[in-house]
Design a binder for this molecule. Structure first.
Ligand code: 1CP
Length: 346
């Protein structure tokens, strides 16, 4: 593990000359280099072919100059490995034509040995690590609640009606589903650690659909189980990204993560005063800021960095992923502005 990299050091709240910067969804459609590969391949072909996954993972490191790579893959490979049919429909995103709705549906899902089917991910990690040099690689998985939501809804949703119906009408069945996903997720992340990732991020992208009690009961509990289940002898840092973290941060403090990744609704400096100082914070620029002219972005990021000056345990990112029509220059401008800001030492 690259324990001297800016990312790992910041995640461990050690002294760094400046905060590291990377972005959720940094490998993707806003880059012409990605589009060039996408024109000739379907999305599943891309993440299931280790050489292609490697090339896409490396693109933002070369083009944007980020301080970390994140493996090009998807959180939904886990339900696919558990036996669900996954389709990516252009313009609509991921879909499960046979969503999980009943006890027999949950029973049919396979958890034992399912993570072994994701060899293409582990192979991609090994290939990326050969080419990355001293830039760290982030592996990831979805949080059990977010993955369960996709499995129950059958795809993207605005209302979260089906998953919330399940939680409120049949909490025991919801638990059985979440337990199964948790088991596969632990195995999956342990394989990723063995294959060489330097950091792990757990994406709870849909947690903001939940109320306070349900977040504790159905999301936090299972993220905690995932972290506790890791076989992590070198202590690869664990980042928990949670949409809704502006509200749920006090709960997330005790989940066992090294880093909490914040959405854009909260003030980072204010959050720094509230969260235990041995936990690093990541975030939290509004992704839509990147539609502004580069000069506006530069000034905004400079002012924001000034506000965090002298703080240990700070990783620059967005509050959620880069949108597909964001100009590359805008993303690069954030990276350059952070790199010019060498004052994060106490
Ligand atoms: O070209 C295409 O049509 C595919 C678009 C695409 C891409 C580039 C999808 C389908 N997934 C990805 C890559 C991806 N997904 C990464 C790559 C690494 C990186 O961040 O650069 C990661 C980490 C993910 C994880 C992921 N997939 C999440 C969690 C992160 C987040 O943004 O909240 C979620 C929710 C998904 C589901 C998914 N897969 C793809 C799309 C378009 C979506 C989102 C659909 C929705 O919002 O409902």
């Amino acid at each position: 593990m690259l324990s001297q990299s800016l990312l790992v050091k910041a995640a461990r709240c050690e002294d760094v000359v400046r905060p590291p910067v990377w972005f959720m969804r940094q490998a993707g459609r806003y880059m012409k280099e990605y589009q060039a590969i996408r024109r000739n391949h379907t999305f599943p072909e891309m993440y299931k072919t280790p050489e292609i996954a490697r090339d896409i993972t490396l693109q933002p490191v070369h083009v944007i100059g980020v301080d970390a790579a994140i493996l090009f893959s998807d959180i939904l490979v886990v339900p696919e490995a558990m036996g669900m049919t996954l389709e990516f429909v252009d313009g609509k995103g991921p879909m499960f034509p046979n969503p999980v709705r009943s006890a027999p549906d949950v029973k049919r899902l396979v958890s034992d040995g399912s993570a072994d089917k994701l060899e293409f991910v582990y192979e991609a990690i090994k290939l990326v690590k050969k080419d990355l040099g001293d830039i760290p690689l982030i592996g990831f998985a979805g949080a059990p609640f977010t993955v369960a939501s996709y499995m129950v809804e059958g795809g993207g949703t605005k209302s979260f009606k089906e998953i919330k119906k399940l939680l409120f009408k049949n909490p025991d069945l919801a638990d059985r589903l979440l337990e199964k996903i948790t088991k596969v997720t632990i195995d999956y992340l342990n394989h990723q650690i063995k294959s060489g990732v330097d950091t792990i991020q757990i994406f709870d992208s849909w947690a903001n659909a939940l109320a306070w009690n349900e977040f504790s009961r159905f999301s936090l509990k299972y993220i905690q189980k995932v972290i506790q289940g890791l076989d992590n002898p070198e202590h690869v840092p664990v980042i928990v990204f949670c949409k809704g973290s502006s509200v749920f941060a006090p709960l997330l403090e005790n989940v066992g993560a090294d880093v909490i990744s914040l959405d854009w609704n909260c003030d980072m400096r204010d959050m720094r005063d509230k969260i235990r100082e041995d936990i690093a914070l990541q975030g939290n620029l509004d992704p839509m800021l990147l539609y502004a002219p580069v000069e506006t972005i530069r000034k905004h990021v400079q002012t924001w960095l000034k506000g965090m000056e002298g703080q240990r345990g700070f990783i620059v990112n967005l509050g959620h992923g880069i949108l597909p029509d964001i100009p590359v220059e805008a993303v690069k401008c954030v990276v350059d502005t952070v790199k010019e800001f060498e004052t994060c030492r106490k």
